[in-house]
Ligand binder design. Structure first.
Ligand code: BG6
Ligand code: GLC
Length: 790
């Protein structure tokens, strides 16, 4: 009996680590299976197994997880599927086998078979007959082959031979002993010990003494010969079987010569001093066309069971892949498609800049009146407000010229309740004024009249640096009475309504501009600002001569592209999916900010949710069931995408999230959900890349350069928090704008600091530009409009 197989079960926690190819991490524990349990009811046995597994999970802190399980069950099973088994017969159930074996051995012993051929003749008929009787009587001729070969039986064959030879006066002076007459007392491991090349004879003597036998040195040699004969037969029979199988594989594949590897395990093979050599030599003779490498299994077959489970999952996933792909394919944008998108955006940028084409342009290309990035000489104390991202912030920024590039800041986050985002403008601005008042109080600044930089992350038509008309709300805000109004005026009115403090000059900036300015203070070649957060947008430094709505020919001005509106005129129809359309229709601003709704944090989670619902309804996920949470808009948060795509903990996170959403998932579901998240975030990153490539190429061409080296200041939770969004975006930009060498600089303290910088820069440079009125068009011809008209 081999105790490690029969009466104990190792529980293993196996982690198959894809990245570290061929490295599998394991923890394991051996649990005993009491003898009586092997003879008890199946329910008792499986309850015990479940209990051991439970204790193991507890000790590994794995109880919360639902991991796939590989079950090495070393009994003959009719396998219906990988997870469906009908058990035919216990062959190695220890006690059963032992009991039957006991009976049979006694019978064999009692009958004292008449075979008297000398024991040292290899493969004697007597042995076979004796042994055959033994097997016939025990398991009705089941597994005869195993009984001639395996560790459970070898010792017993030797014992029976020794008894017979002693009774026939060939050994031990014709005497036996109680131990030798007791079935099972000559253990298989004795064979290995007795055959040890150096210590074998000595071991034999010790064993024979322990068995109470009256031996002499010749007896010890004969016993060694018996052992050698029996183990040799076992090795040769195994070799014959293995040769048959390898030849079959060779012929199956139509090969003259097969090179293959056999994974081997088992105490007989491992422990016997020359079993493996003998087996290998015999196989070489019996299957000369097969070149077989023998690889001894390292960590037992538990690891293999886990591998089978992993492979089964992969295959399930692969076979599911073709169905899943049907849903995901429309989200996969080829490089060619991205190039087309880039060309369309390029046209839209020109249209947005044109004096007459601007009013019907989807991409608004708004002048910001920011004509210079910081040069590091700015200084002074400023207040800043930062409204429109995840957080509303109030800041006190001190720009210290002497300590070049050192900006000191205090800030406070104030919440904006949901109802306020949808209430009246007056309520919103009263709330902003109140937050600012409380902050000034806490900073002891109420008596001062400081200039204020206002990051207002919505599309505004900027008339001057301190006059900014809200074109429309985006990103979930929809306060009445603000669209079409000057936001600076609304803020000042709210502050005056309070009357307990005042502010100095105000500079209005978009968050993209704030980000560019904030990063520009660290890296003066920063001339693009990009946000991929709740919303998405970018600004860049454009040649003033191209900004047809602003007077002047020289120098540059920062343009807030409002690229979120790209596609609002239908130009992206070919890449919109049915899910994008639902997201748009159910948003508070249907038809507006099409591009943003394919990309930004406010919408990504919802796209994933809609896909999961559809796939569950089509029976591809969650056994065809959904849950109340999954059916509720907004319940699949965008941050889940980042969590699920985490390289190490992603699948585990997916399982937790799906559980929290009340879904009935299995491991393949979790993998599919990860694939969905990956597809949606990739599309977002690649679309952003196409847009950024368009802008950087435009800057390069504007300047007549073959090659542009520039820096993009970036902010936004999607860019910051997603595990591989930035890499994917950067890789795609490299392909789409190969002539631009772009450095990505993540904004450090948000765009509030940048708003203060704009105020500082504005104080440094006299604002000379004047805004040309939209509609008059009294001046020169607009070249772009001419092109458009044609
Ligand atoms: C912040 C900036 O860091 O990022 C904001 O200060 C900006 O101005 C925001 O709007 C964008 O990211 P999100 O994810 O908060 O919308
Ligand atoms: C939305 C706003 C835009 C802002 C962007 C990022 O697209 O319209 O002004 O820059 O979100 O916050």
């Amino acid at each position: 009996m081999n105790p490690s197989i029969v009466d104990s079960s190792p529980f293993l926690y196996v982690r198959v680590v894809e990245e570290q190819q061929k490295v599998v991490k394991m923890d394991s524990k051996i649990c005993s299976i009491p003898q009586e349990m092997m003879l008890g009811t199946g329910e008792q046995l499986f309850d015990h197994i479940a209990q051991c597994l439970g204790e193991f999970l507890e000790s590994q802190d794995l109880k919360g997880q639902t991991l796939p399980l590989g079950f090495t069950f070393s009994f003959p099973c009719e396998q219906k599927e990988i997870d469906k088994v009908s058990h035919s017969k216990h062959t190695t159930n220890a006690q059963q086998a032992h009991d039957k074996h006991t009976t049979s051995t006694r019978q064999a012993h009692d009958k004292h078979t008449t075979n008297t051929q000398q024991a040292h003749n290899k493969h004697t008929t007597s042995t076979r007959q004796t042994h055959n009787k033994h097997t016939t009587s025990t398991q009705q001729a089941h597994n005869n082959f195993e009984k001639m070969i395996s560790g459970m039986y070898l010792g017993e064959i030797v014992r029976l031979l020794l008894v017979k030879m002693a009774e026939d006066k060939l050994l031990f002076k014709g005497e036996t002993s109680e131990a030798l007459l007791t079935p099972g007392q000559f253990e298989t491991k004795y064979i290995s010990e007795i055959e040890e090349p150096d210590s074998g004879l000595e071991n034999a003597q010790k064993i024979l003494t322990a068995l109470g036998l009256n031996w002499d040195p010749v007896d010890a040699c004969v016993v060694r010969l018996v052992c050698d004969t029996i183990s040799s037969r076992s090795a040769c029979l195994c070799a014959a079987a293995l040769a048959t199988i390898s030849n079959r594989i060779r012929v199956n594949r139509g090969l003259d010569h097969l090179k293959t590897t056999v994974g081997v395990d088992g105490t007989v093979y491992r422990k016997h001093p020359n079993f493996s050599e003998e087996l290998q030599a015999a196989v070489r003779l019996l299957a000369p066309e097969c070149d077989i490498t023998f690889l001894v299994s390292e960590d037992g077959s538990g690891k293999g069971a886990a591998m089978v489970t992993a492979v089964a999952q992969r295959i399930a996933l692969q076979s599911m892949g073709c169905y899943v792909e049907k849903y995901l394919e429309p989200f996969r944008l080829s490089l060619e498609k991205l190039k087309e998108v880039s060309v369309r955006l390029k046209k839209d940028l020109i249209r947005g800049l044109g004096k007459h084409s601007h009013h019907r342009a989807a991409v608004k290309m708004l002048p910001t009146f920011v004509r210079a990035t910081p040069d590091g000489t700015e200084k002074g104390d400023y207040l800043a407000l930062d409204l429109g991202g995840t957080n509303f912030r109030v800041l006190y920024v001190r720009v210290v010229e002497e300590q070049q590039k050192v900006v000191k800041m205090d800030s406070k986050i104030c919440s904006i309740p949901q109802e306020m985002m949808l209430g009246t403008g007056e309520q919103l601005f009263d709330h902003i004024a109140q937050c600012l008042g409380e902050f000034l109080e806490s900073q002891d600044l109420k008596g001062q009249t400081l200039p204020l930089g206002f990051t207002f992350s919505f599309p505004c038509e900027q008339k001057e640096i301190d006059k900014s008309i809200l074109i429309r709300w985006t990103k979930g805000f929809s306060c009445s009475g603000v669209e079409g109004q000057d936001v600076v005026k609304l803020l000042k009115e709210a502050i005056h309504r309070r009357g307990d403090y005042d502010i100095g000059s105000v500079a209005m900036v978009n968050d993209t501009v704030g980000t560019m300015m904030s990063c520009g203070y660290r890296d003066q070649s920063c001339e693009i600002g990009m946000i991929i957060g709740t919303g998405t947008n970018a600004c860049y430094m454009e040649e003033i001569k191209n900004v047809k709505r602003v007077e002047g020919e020289d120098g540059r001005m920062c343009i807030n592209t409002e690229w979120g509106g790209f596609g609002d005129d239908g130009s992206l129809k070919d890449i919109l999916t049915e899910f994008d359309e639902v997201v748009d229709q159910t948003s508070i601003n249907p038809g507006v900010h099409t591009f943003e709704k394919m990309i930004s944090g406010m919408y990504l989670g919802e796209i994933v949710r809609l896909l999961l619902v559809k796939m569950a309804e089509d029976k591809l996920l969650f056994k065809g069931e959904t849950s109340e949470a999954l059916l509720t808009p907004g319940q699949f948060e965008t941050k889940y995408i980042s969590e699920i795509e985490e390289p190490d903990s992603g699948l585990e996170n997916a399982q937790k999230i799906l559980t929290a959403l009340g879904l009935n998932w299995d491991p393949v579901d979790a993998c599919v959900v990860r694939l969905v998240c990956d597809t949606i975030s990739s599309r977002s990153a690649r679309l952003c890349a196409a847009a950024l490539a368009t802008i950087s190429n435009r800057i390069r061409v504007n300047r007549g350069l073959d090659h542009l080296k520039t820096t993009v200041g970036v902010d936004g939770t999607v860019y910051r928090k997603h595990p591989n969004f930035s890499e994917e975006l950067q890789a795609a930009v490299r392909l789409l704008a190969p002539k631009c060498d772009i450095t990505f600089l993540v904004s450090e303290d948000g765009s509030g600091k940048g708003a203060a910088m704009v105020t500082a820069v504005a104080q440094r440079i006299a604002l000379q530009s004047r805004l040309l009125e939209d509609s008059d068009g009294e001046d020169e011809e607009d070249e772009d409009e001419d092109e458009e008209d044609k």
